[in-house]
Write a protein that binds this ligand. Structure first.
Ligand code: SF4
Length: 381
């Protein structure tokens, strides 16, 4: 049973140097046709799996940039969502947004269409760093847009920040954090830069032209991030996410709970009826399939029981609350220790995991090396 819906809008008015998402430069793209295709895909999938859409709790418009669309295009998209996704159980409806694209007209359309949470890609408050990473907005855009969003009734607003950026100093990171806290928002996500293949930064890195902070400095930035968030009353509820009470991202929690969700759009991923799938990334392939009344799936995989256990651990340990014994036992009909007793003991002895009667979780030390911890939970076939 799906708990969430993800909808991918793969258009951007700018291409950021670090981005490896499925996205296309907006100009000259068949955007209206793409929105038609999304409506068609929602119709096909909800007809095929009606029972999976009875209790949708969250919807997330991501990208790309949903706010690259015009107000009319956003309105059309929202009309399709309301036509095909049962909304009565939806409690959180998020749209990603770029600070320099969110006009009053777009905010009004989003609000009227039921969107009740905004997630804005701010990344940094340092103009030089913003230019280096390929962002086009200024701090004024951020301040004006957040004020405008609040005027339009949006109070659940999150911003994304990045650290470990090329040439970034600790002073610049602290300054960005200070400016972020001054906005008095209920939610922040903060990610370290990862240089992914097929990005502009990857090419620069390969040529020795990308000068990143040392690993030690990046770890210190993460340390400072956790301290500062805590000092400002924001609880760390996941490795990269911080919120005031009552403002956790419900949609992302579905991923970390290893529960099912539907993904719509070019390059979108989903997990439905025990199958993880991904859609065609190229627009033409995606749209051709949908308009031929076919699901636009390029890859699908029925998740094995071993993979489900592994994912329950990797994803669950991202959360500060960790993996609960009761939920694990309910899903797998056996205690966590049946598969993982030795690895849990080992990681506890290294100070990377801790446990109580409710479950297991990363220690503060473990959060710095999360990926290394997660790998330990791979099961042999
Ligand atoms: S980071 Fe966001 S805005 Fe930048 S190119 Fe990627 S999807 Fe577009």
């Amino acid at each position: 049973m799906a708990r969430g819906v993800y909808i991918h809008i793969p258009f951007c008015h700018q291409i950021c140097n670090y981005c490896d998402f499925n996205k296309f430069y907006f100009k000259n793209q068949p955007v209206d046709e793409y929105i038609e295709a999304l409506g068609k895909e929602m119709a096909l999938v909800t007809k095929k799996y009606p029972e999976h859409f009875r209790n949708i709790e969250t919807i997330f418009l991501g990208g790309g940039t949903p706010t690259a669309l015009s107000p009319e295009q956003l309105d059309k998209l929202l009309t399709y969502i309301h036509a095909y996704i049962p909304m009565s159980s939806v409690k959180e409806f998020t749209s990603e947004a770029n600070p320099d694209e969110l006009s009053a007209a777009k905010l009004q359309v989003l609000f009227d269409g039921g969107v009740n949470r905004l997630s804005m890609g701010v990344q940094s408050f340092d103009q030089g760093l913003l230019q280096k990473i390929g962002r086009t907005h200024s701090n004024e855009h951020v301040y004006e847009t957040i004020a405008l969003a609040k005027q339009h009734g949006f109070h659940n607003i999150s911003i994304d920040l990045m650290y470990g950026l090329p040439g970034q100093t600790m002073a610049q990171w602290l300054d960005s954090l200070e400016k972020a806290f001054a906005l008095d928002l209920p939610h922040f996500s903060a990610y370290s830069l990862i240089v992914e293949p097929k990005t502009i930064f990857y090419n620069q890195y390969a040529k020795g032209k990308l000068h990143l902070p040392t690993e030690d400095l990046e770890a210190d930035m993460y340390d400072v991030l956790m301290q500062e968030m805590s000092l400002h009353g924001l609880q760390q509820y996941e490795i990269s996410n911080f919120a005031k009470p009552g403002f956790h991202s419900e949609h992302n929690k579905i991923y970390w709970d290893n529960d099912e969700y539907a993904g719509f759009g070019a390059g979108a991923h989903g997990y439905l009826a025990g199958i993880r799938y991904s859609n065609h990334g190229p627009l033409k392939k995606y749209m051709d399939a949908v308009f031929a009344e076919e699901l636009p799936i390029v890859h699908e995989h029925e998740v094995t029981q071993a993979e489900k256990r592994e994912e329950q651990m990797f994803l669950g340990l991202r959360k500060t609350e960790g993996v609960m014994h009761s939920i694990y036992e309910e899903k797998f009909n056996e205690p966590m220790n049946a598969q993982y007793e030795q690895v849990i003991e080992k990681l506890e002895s290294e100070g990377l995991l801790e446990h109580d009667e409710r479950g297991i979780r990363l220690t503060r030390k473990g959060r710095f090396v999360g990926n290394e911890v997660f790998q330990q939970f791979l099961l042999e076939d």
